[in-house]
Design a protein around this ligand. Structure first.
Ligand code: 9MR
Length: 369
């Protein structure tokens, strides 16, 4: 298929679904989720890597300065929670799309792309799913969820974190999958089931497997890279549809980036013909000095080291941080500072002013491989 034909098809698919739903409305292929054939065209690398952030829908409505900052800075947004099972599928057979739809409306009005997060995850599952019993029922529920959610936003969401965090903390191999309702009932088959169901509903969507703790020095992180590679390889060998790996990139100030280990991993990812996205970047700063100028410089320095390590080997299709402003971050839920000072993990501070982390992301968005 030629590039032109594909672009046109892509456009037509998007336009058709967008019209049917009254959603989407970005008049062309996605800036970050298009097939390799298109982005490798001459000049494609001249455009900066698209940047985005996780957003909270309630805050988009209630906090106008935050809303303005998202519009001003983001080419992509991803809902921090509003497309997860508890929000969108709170009871068996009951779907609630109000918040997710509000996010889609906001994105369409402001010509921002949306990533979907997430379809098959062990975490944050609503209580009713504990009663799912047996293989057939589990497969039916998982596939029904994916068909309902992905078809609703088909043509409007070009990229999905289909699988989130499949591995245990310290895996022994690719079958060291984190226990969940899905592994209990379906074993490792839940991965191909979820990926195939998504591809069947939206053949144009970029399908992403998203994972964390991949980038650091130490035996646990080396084991995670190895297990993830083996898992990806086994999916590839079975022709399971999958297009990209999402490096969550929740960096820790007290952990060193493993430059050689991460680059070797990324070279293997390239060999598997998978794209790379940085999906949830932030820097957990609870052990850093209190002085703000010093802390912000260390946060930016660590992120710079990470981005340099990645961008030396691959050009990520997108860089997203897990939040835009320190005003709204998950970090203090788990990693409050012992000195009681607020965390500063994100590119804008709580007053929406740019921090050194913002500048370092800008720098790497403009670097080419
Ligand atoms: O930031 C999210 C937080 O608000 C939610 O309470 C939590 C549970 O749904 O999930 C957080 O987001 C996580 C993401 O979905 C997956 N990677 C780790 C993120 C931070 O914990």
């Amino acid at each position: 298929m030629t590039i032109t034909a594909h672009s046109r098809r892509d456009f037509l698919v998007r336009a058709t679904h967008a019209t049917a739903l009254g959603m989407a409305g970005l008049s062309g292929p996605s800036a970050f989720a298009t097939p390799r054939t298109q982005t490798s065209a001459a000049g494609a690398n001249a455009r900066p890597i698209p940047y985005g952030a996780a957003v909270r829908v309630d805050a988009l409505t209630s906090d106008l300065s935050y809303r303005g900052a998202i519009i001003a800075n983001c080419q992509i947004i991803v809902p921090e929670g509003e497309m997860k099972w508890p929000d969108i599928h709170p009871a068996r057979g009951e779907y609630r799309f109000e918040k997710a739809d509000a996010l889609m409306d906001f994105a369409r009005q402001n010509k921002i792309e949306v990533r979907g997060h997430t379809l098959a995850w062990y975490g944050g599952m609503p209580a009713w799913t504990a009663a799912i019993d047996g293989r057939a029922e589990a497969e039916r529920e998982l596939v029904d969820h994916i068909e309902t959610v992905v078809s609703r936003y088909r043509g409007a969401i070009p990229s999905w974190d289909v699988v989130n965090e499949p591995l245990v903390d310290w895996p022994e191999g690719p079958t060291s999958l984190r226990p969940s309702i899905w592994t209990r009932q379906l074993g490792p088959d839940y991965l191909p089931i979820a990926l195939r169901a998504t591809a069947a509903v939206d053949p144009d969507a970029q399908l992403v497997l998203n994972e964390y703790d991949i980038e650091f020095k130490g035996p646990r992180f080396a084991a995670r890279r190895q297990a993830l590679l083996q898992l990806l390889r086994s999916l590839r060998e079975r022709d399971v549809p999958l297009h990209a790996v999402g490096l969550q990139s929740h960096l820790f100030a007290d952990r060193a980036i493993d430059r050689d280990g991460l680059q070797a991993f990324l070279n293997e990812i390239k060999a598997l013909k998978l794209d790379v996205l940085i999906t949830e970047l932030d820097v957990i700063d609870y052990e850093l000095p209190g002085k703000i100028s010093e802390r912000d410089a260390l946060v930016a320095g660590l992120a710079g080291q990470f981005l340099e390590t990645v961008c030396d080997v691959v050009r990520p299709k997108a860089i997203l941080t897990w939040g835009l402003s320190d005003r709204y971050s998950w970090v203090p839920i788990y990693f409050k500072r012992p000195d009681g000072m607020p965390n500063r993990p994100l590119p804008l501070d709580a007053d929406l002013k740019r921090k050194p982390l913002f500048d370092v992301i800008e720098e790497y968005r403009r670097k080419t491989v």
